[in-house]
Design a protein around this ligand. Structure first.
Ligand SMILES: [Mn+2]
Length: 187
């Protein structure tokens, strides 16, 4: 079990859950497994990277923007009690309320937290150059506004942006969007 000083929170912003194990994944694709691994579930060759303990506790993790998933991974997160904000809830309650509540959850008991941002969270109309586009996502300016809410937040220690595909990008439009999104938090 992780002690308090070791605990890190994670805001997982993604159209997908990425919470499969080899037992549940139809495709067995490793890129659908990182969140399960971070929570200590899956193949030990993956879960033990960086040491034998789980890297994250379920109560320190929130998913935001999910709208495409399979039942095996949903069942794992449900069993663990990980809070998931599906797009439907974001539309119903408002983006600002959801982000504020999720950030409060991931920092409630942890020393610090990070954000993993998958660009496929964004609506493919605005962000077509991702590996697994799913309709019905967040608008770029909405996401930027949410990240701006965290500007100056000292417990935010890391931000990763994943799924940028330079081959699908035209005239650096998506690259500039990523730059702007990062600047809205750390600029
Ligand atoms: Mn994704």
């Amino acid at each position: 079990m992780l002690d308090e000083r070791e605990r890190l929170g994670l805001l997982w912003i993604d159209a997908h859950m990425d919470a499969h194990t080899f037992r549940t994944s139809p495709s067995r694709a490793r890129h659908g497994m990182p969140l399960a691994c971070l929570l200590g579930h899956g193949d030990p060759r993956l879960t033990r990277i960086g040491g034998p303990k789980p890297k994250l506790l379920p109560q320190d993790v929130c998913l935001i923007g999910v709208r495409s998933y399979e039942c095996g991974e949903a069942a794992l997160l449900d069993k663990l009690g990980v809070r998931i904000y599906f797009m439907a809830e974001i539309h119903r309650r408002g983006r600002a309320a959801v982000f504020a509540e999720a950030w409060e959850q991931v920092t409630r008991e942890s020393a610090a937290a990070g954000i993993s941002l998958d660009l496929d969270t964004l609506d493919p109309e605005e962000e077509p150059g991702v590996g697994s586009p799913v309709a019905g996502g967040l608008r770029r300016n909405e996401l930027a506004a949410s990240l701006r809410q965290l500007h100056g937040e000292t417990r935010l220690r890391a931000l990763e942006v994943v799924e940028y595909n330079p081959h699908a990008d035209r005239d650096f439009v998506a690259a500039r969007a990523i730059h702007d999104l990062c600047r809205s938090v750390i600029g």
